[in-house]
Write a protein that binds this ligand. Sequence first.
Ligand code: FES
Length: 192
Amino acid sequence: MVDLMGITIGVFLTVAFVGIHLSRGQHWQPTEDITQSILAQRSITLSDTSFPEPMSRAAGAVVMGASVSLDSSTEAVDSTLEESSKHRPQDIPDTDARVFKIEYVKEGVTLEVKENQTLLEAGEEQGWDMPYACKEGSCLSCAGKITNGSAAELVFHDDQEMISSDELNSGYCLTCVAYPVSDLRLETGESP
Ligand code: FES
């Protein structure tokens, strides 16, 4: 009899508790999905990482870095190809170099000059006091004038920066970087 009462009371209390709980509701709200905002915030505040991270600045940096690196290496390859394909008379072996007759008008001497030698070097080998300063085609100290045609056709300039096309056509050259490609007459110490 006592057990039946206890069971009845227990069942009643359980039902009452569940009923009360259900009638109040849980008032639970699912947490807002903040994944995107967290990733966005991380992309602003995180320092660059070595691994790709979705929506992060690091990922962008990795991609941009790869792009820049690719561009630089492409430029490097281009410039290497350009360098290797560049005509450099000074690299022609003596045994293969053609020889031209260069008349140094003021000195009154005609020299045989190889195409791998500059007009300045050929004069210096004779012990002449040839004018020059930079020996890089960046000034006018070594300028001379070719009197039998255009310097653009009779010599090859290796990187001259000082003489205009018109001046080249008038015969002006920079003897320190001018390699003969033809017989010619040269007046040394003549600037445009
Ligand atoms: S010495 Fe300067 S250009 Fe020739």
